[in-house]
Design a protein around this ligand. Structure first.
Ligand SMILES: *Cc1c(COP(=O)(O)O)cnc(C)c1O
Length: 537
């Protein structure tokens, strides 16, 4: 399998090249040349596999044996998911008939990003070690990963990369503006290759500094900067596993044979709380491979560019009153534009051309290279318009086609809190559950879509919802405590806080403070820390 850029100027990249580069040189994102199809007998052959076995089969469709031998890939996958606290890695929890929570937060940092980043860290280490073994000049291939976080995502990157050979990781956070639990999750990791930089400034300052560093050719050449943000293809790929795994888990719990006609009658909807469109994009690939999903529900908070797109076909950047992103109770989804959406746009562009029989639903057809290139030009044009005027609009008919797979809803902070409160209360035929605010956005969106389309929910009808839980409620204590403080007998420490978090705030920390939001100071701090690791440059 080879990879091409969504903007048409790069193709025939290997998996390794696509993963190590992250972003394509033309500014686009990597997608596979074609989307592979699930094997004809997948429903019978794959039904009883473990998460790890399934991941191996799925990833093997996208990574050639000649690039990573199957035995090696198996070791990487097993190692990546050995850090999870659940044997099923991503277990299902039944809330009521026809409505399930797909729990993606059983990894080391209690958030869904672990599913991908545990694997990405091992993959980086594997590729670097292999390059170093082949290297005869004595040069050492290394990676210096640099990223910014407002709190929630930095820890997943740190836990994915801690202790990895030939990788150093620097995570910038705005000093004193990160919640205490999230700060502690990052700064109590004491591995020598992990460096937390507390920058005196805002999250935007941190992000600007990271951009400046990546744009500094000399610094970049010297330290081989790497990124682990959600545009990396390996992250999307690793996430496809839980869509297929949960489909089987669901049918198993209903005692339905996946290969039976009864299974074909069931409509499985996935509701996905979304910011950068990475999680739900993995669902799109699973669907195109042949997973019979009914709808992928794109659930946004009030930073709702994606919801507006699916409703109006205009993709339009809207800033809050002060020109920045709106701060909500689900901060991991606070975005102005959605970085992975560009990948879906490429498939929409191909749909717009049509003559190659392209269809964005169902298995992929043989690819006409000329038309694929044309789709790349089309996406490049849209992204240019977005940059220059803040918006673009695409053909309504094409969006109508997309809506065969996607539905969407926007959820306010008020509804997020009300949903957390409502789902915590024991109700008829419903098991009480404590939702984190991101998960609550997905759950509320699913409930809205059920109402909007008068879905007939199983067992009376054929519709079933799997709502993706992207974080453990303990990570977002403020919103959860606010929603539940009035509930009789509610005790955050007892009811929410996992034992792993006990005492976290008092553990030993390692932080480097940067006194001013100045790229020069950050570069100096990075070089000082690298020297401290004993790295020569
Ligand atoms: C990153 C994140 C999301 C959004 O995921 P995308 O892939 O950007 O759509 C949702 N919830 C939590 C808790 C996250 O950390």
């Amino acid at each position: 399998m080879q990879y091409r850029s969504t903007r048409g100027q790069a193709k025939n990249y290997s998996f390794e090249e696509a993963v190590m580069a992250g972003l394509s040189p033309d500014g686009g994102l990597f997608i596979p040349h074609t989307i592979p199809t699930l094997p004809a007998n997948w429903k019978s052959e794959w039904a009883n596999k473990s998460f790890q076995e399934l991941a191996l089969d799925i990833l093997s469709l996208y990574i050639d044996e000649s690039e990573i031998p199957t035995a090696d890939l198996k070791v990487l996958i097993d190692k990546s998911y050995s850090t999870f606290r659940s044997e099923q890695v991503t277990p299902l929890f039944k809330i009521r008939d026809g409505f399930y929570i797909l729990e993606l937060f059983h990894g080391p940092t209690f958030a869904f990003k672990d599913v991908a980043l545990q694997f990405v860290g091992n993959l980086f280490e594997y590729f670097l070690e292999r390059r170093n073994k082949k290297e005869t000049s004595g040069k050492v291939h290394r990676l210096t990963v640099v990223g910014a976080t407002s709190g929630d995502t930095g820890s997943a990157a740190i836990y994915g990369l801690r202790n990895k050979k030939n990788v150093s990781v620097f995570i910038l956070h705005p000093r004193g503006r990160v919640s205490p639990i999230q700060e502690a999750q990052m700064t109590t990791v004491l591995d020598p290759n992990v460096h937390n930089l507390a920058v005196e400034g805002t999250f935007d300052d941190c992000q600007d500094i990271v951009k400046t560093l990546f744009g500094n050719k000399e610094f970049n050449d010297r330290h081989h900067l790497g990124a682990v943000n959600s545009i990396n293809w390996a992250r999307i790929l690793a996430q496809t596993t839980y869509y297929i795994y949960s489909y089987f888990a669901l049918l198993k719990s209903l005692n339905i044979d996946p290969a039976s006609p009864q299974a074909d009658e069931i409509n499985v909807h996935y509701s996905v709380p979304t910011g950068n469109f990475g999680d739900v994009l993995a669902g799109y690939f699973a669907h195109r491979m042949g997973l019979p999903s009914a709808k992928l529900i794109v659930a946004t908070n009030s930073n709702d560019i994606l919801n507006r797109f699916f409703q109006t076909s205009a993709y339009e950047k809207q800033t809050g009153p002060d020109g920045s992103v709106k701060a909500t109770l689900s901060p991991a989804m606070d975005i102005l534009v959605s970085s992975n959406f560009e990948r879906l746009l490429w498939y929409l562009a191909r749909e717009a051309e049509k003559d190659d029989g392209a269809t964005m639903v169902g298995p992929e057809t043989e690819l006409d290279e000329k038309l694929a290139d044309h789709a790349g030009q089309c996406v490049a044009g849209w992204m240019k318009a977005l940059k220059e005027s803040g918006s673009f609009t695409i053909d309504k008919e094409v969006v109508k086609k997309a809506r065969l797979i996607f539905d969407s809803a926007r959820v306010s902070d008020e509804d997020t809190l009300n949903t957390i409160t409502a789902y915590h209360q024991p109700q008829n035929n419903q098991t009480p559950y404590i939702l984190d605010p991101h998960t609550a956005v997905g759950v509320k969106a699913a409930d809205e879509v059920i109402k909007r389309h008068h879905l007939a929910v199983y067992p009376n009808g054929k519709d079933i919802v799997l709502s993706l839980a992207t974080a453990h409620p303990a990570k977002f204590s403020e919103a959860v405590a606010k929603a539940l403080q009035a509930s009789p007998g509610f005790d955050f420490e007892k009811d929410v806080l996992p034992t792993e978090f006990h005492g976290l705030l008092n553990k030993e920390k390692r932080i480097v403070t940067v006194e001013r939001a100045d790229p020069e100071l950050v570069m100096a701090a990075i070089e000082k820390e690298l020297k401290g690791e004993g790295i020569q440059f």
